[in-house]
Design a protein around this ligand. Structure first.
Ligand SMILES: Cc1cc2nc3c(=O)[nH]c(=O)nc-3n(C[C@H](O)[C@H](O)[C@H](O)COP(=O)(O)O)c2cc1C
Length: 381
């Protein structure tokens, strides 16, 4: 591990390595925002502007990163956000991420459009898994999928509410990657330039949406992905939360809240937590940065409401900035995917270490003993 942290001291180093190790279309699928990446860039730039005040002579402090969130104790106040199609970024990627999350004591969120099922990931996540779900047009399939996730041991259900329709991702389109994915000669050439990825892909088999595909076995293979896509984004209303509440016995988190009125409504409708996120800049290229709306949402819902934050977090310092700005828990999408693509299990473990070390170090600089002390360090500009 010592060598690895010299090679990759920060998430940006993992990102650079990822770019070289996987085919261009897979990298662009993972990294792209929507449109011209304005929201993607704003997320990062606005986080960098959040300042924390150093404190002096606080004496020795027994710092403790562990955090209780929604009744569960985690070793750190951060975890892995859901990523559909992770198996295309690196074959078997969901299993690697879930295993490292479980051994590191942080949550892993399995996407309903991942390439692994809740039955496979539930036991690996060892009671710490969260299951992410897009409301579906067919309510019988919806109930069946939720039942499977519950039976596989997932306690927290993450309902993503910020994808009324798939967005246009121009970088992804330019790289030749289409939705639904179709293998083109151009993609084959890109794959051949990355023999390690191609070998792993040939061993694992072509990735598919493993959880949902069985419900669409009757649809011809060529049309299946398109049909699943049509099922996934029925532009639901608030009644959907009540419908899901009737089926799901565990906690419900609404992911993709960016407006204070939506945050208040989410809690009124029975959500246990809200997840402030603009989907990592992947949906609306005119959206404000997620960090810029976080303090207003915290003020609107009050101190007792549980808030998760993501979008643009690239370091332990950013985790501290988000907690200082009103988050109880912070999730990261691309950083763990970069780590996965850069070198598999070892670099995903390294990513957890980098984030924990950075966070612990920042807490030392600002005199915080617990993550919950961080709001005291926020410089209000
Ligand atoms: C490749 C990729 C796939 C994603 N798939 C999903 C998904 O299936 N469901 C979902 O709710 N969010 C999905 N997201 C969004 C992430 O959960 C998260 O909100 C976002 O990545 C956070 O921003 P960050 O990447 O800057 O950390 C995806 C993100 C990426 C990069």
């Amino acid at each position: 591990m010592a060598d690895l942290s010299a090679t990759y001291p920060a998430v940006s180093d993992l990102r650079r390595k990822a770019r070289r190790r996987i085919p261009h279309f897979a990298y662009e699928f993972m990294d792209a925002g929507t449109g011209q990446d304005h929201t993607f860039a704003r997320n990062i730039a606005d986080l960098e502007r959040v300042q924390l005040s150093p404190r002096a002579l606080r004496g020795p402090v027994a710092r403790d990163l562990s955090t209780v969130f929604l009744g569960q104790r985690y070793d750190a106040p951060f975890g892995m956000a859901p990523a559909g199609g992770t198996g295309m970024i690196w074959p078997g990627g969901e299993c690697i991420l879930a295993e490292v999350a479980a051994t590191s004591g942080v949550p892993y969120t399995l996407a309903s459009v991942a390439t692994q099922t809740p039955e496979v990931i539930g036991p690996i996540a060892d009671g710490r898994g969260w299951f992410q779900f897009y409301p579906m047009a067919d309510k019988e399939i919806q109930k069946a999928v939720l039942r499977r996730a519950q039976e596989a041991g997932f306690e927290n259900l993450v309902v993503t509410v910020d994808v009324p329709k798939m967005s246009r991702r121009e970088r992804q389109m330019r790289a030749g990657f289409q939705m639904p994915p179709r293998l083109t000669p151009r993609m084959v050439l890109q794959a051949l330039a990355n023999p390690g990825w191609t070998r792993a892909m040939l061993q694992t088999g072509r990735p598919e949406l493993a959880t949902l595909t069985p419900y669409f076995a009757h649809v011809p293979a060529a049309d299946r992905m398109a049909e699943i896509g049509r099922q996934l984004h029925p532009e639901p209303g608030w009644d959907e939360v009540e419908r899901i509440r009737k089926v799901w016995r565990g906690k419900i988190i609404l992911k993709g809240i960016m407006h204070r009125d939506d945050a208040v409504m989410a809690l009124d409708k029975g959500a246990d937590a809200i997840w402030v996120s603009n989907h990592g800049g992947r949906q609306l290229d005119a959206a404000p940065s997620a960090i810029s709306v976080l303090p207003g949402i915290r003020a609107a819902v009050g101190n007792d409401a549980a808030i998760i934050f993501d979008s643009g977090v690239r370091s332990g310092l950013d985790i501290a900035r988000a907690i200082a700005s009103g988050a109880d828990f912070v999730m990261l999408g691309r950083p763990f995917l970069y780590a996965l693509a850069a070198g598999g299990k070892d670099t995903v473990q390294l990513c957890v270490r980098i984030l924990s070390d950075e966070l612990e170090n920042v807490m030392a600089q600002v005199g915080a003993q617990y993550p919950a002390d961080l709001p005291l360090a926020l410089v209000r500009t």
